[in-house]
Design a protein around this ligand. Sequence first.
Ligand SMILES: *Cc1c(COP(=O)(O)O)cnc(C)c1O
Length: 387
Amino acid sequence: MRGEFLPFCRPSMGDEELAAVEEVLRSGWITSGPRVLKLEEEFRAFVGASHAVSSSSGTAGFHLALEALKLEEGDEVITPSLTWPSPVNMIEKVGARPVFADIDPRTLQLDPASVEARITSRTRVIFPVHFAGQSADLDALRELCREHGLRLLEDAAHAVGTRYRDRPIGSGESLAVFSFQAIKNLTCAEGGMVVTADAELAERMRLLRFHGVTRDAWKRNAAEDYDTSRREDYDVLEAGWKYNLTDIQAALACVQLRRQKELRARREVLAGLYDEALAGVPGIVRPARVSYPSRHAWHLYVVLVEPEVLGRTRNEFRDELKARNIGTGLHFLAVHRTTLYRELYPQYEGALPHTESVADRILSLPLFPDMTEGDVSDVVGAIREIS
Ligand SMILES: *Cc1c(COP(=O)(O)O)cnc(C)c1O
């Protein structure tokens, strides 16, 4: 048995990241400043978007995006339930109503047919997630948006490095929100980025991100702008939040962005090893690749644990892996079955059969760029031993 515990994820932080952070700390400017601007410009170019607005988290980015879309009380946003609770929480927080659609049980992506069946006269937004790093079915969802006059807001928390039809997620018409949280493919501990083609939305999100004041602190105080004769007063236009990213995080994120090709390539190699080694293992189902052209970012390596075949539940299976020093993740429980959302929207119990069945069986195996091939063998060995 493996001697040392293998976590399901560990951020890949090297000398370049350390040097970048040290440089910011010694520079005299640690909050939002020139490095945030640099990251926004580099990330914008990386995904091929027109505008990039950084934020303190992906969740803050959702809040900004939904607020900028000016949803009203009772407006409906169609979203999956097999996701992290934060997109759904933010829909609630802006006064709108989440409407849960089911997933494709093979690819685990939001099912456009289920989305279509839930469109009403109150629907304003379709809010898919690019689950695990594969792309959602964007053509089908965009077509529904065109047909019904809806906005598409993409949860791209898993999608740094994902492509749809040879274009990065976040390019073109999209309003997409990325996360730089600690387990994500590009991380600076916590952070987010909203990208959009809409200049007006971008401007409104910038305003709301920083108190609703017309000038960011660093523009008033940064070293380059120290000429007091040119200092401008500020004004408040709207009651905003405090959702800005810091230069410490931005410097870290710039290094991680530069390393994306290397980091994604490593994830792909490791995922390939899992694919090969798990192919014939009874009771372990690997999700299918999507049928449309897409590049997988391999944010997560998820499998479905079949209790009928293995004679144990997913949670029991997970405990047995842990006893063998293998960590795993749970992405995700169904949001509609959590206490809050069961109380708010009891009508979904039993109405999302694929989501419920997958949520009971899904398990994320260890996958991070600094893993070794020996680590993959240890995971596969433990799985074989149990099943
Ligand atoms: C991580 C994650 C988020 C939230 O991002 P934060 O940066 O942690 O706020 C949202 N959606 C999904 C699917 C995620 O995995």
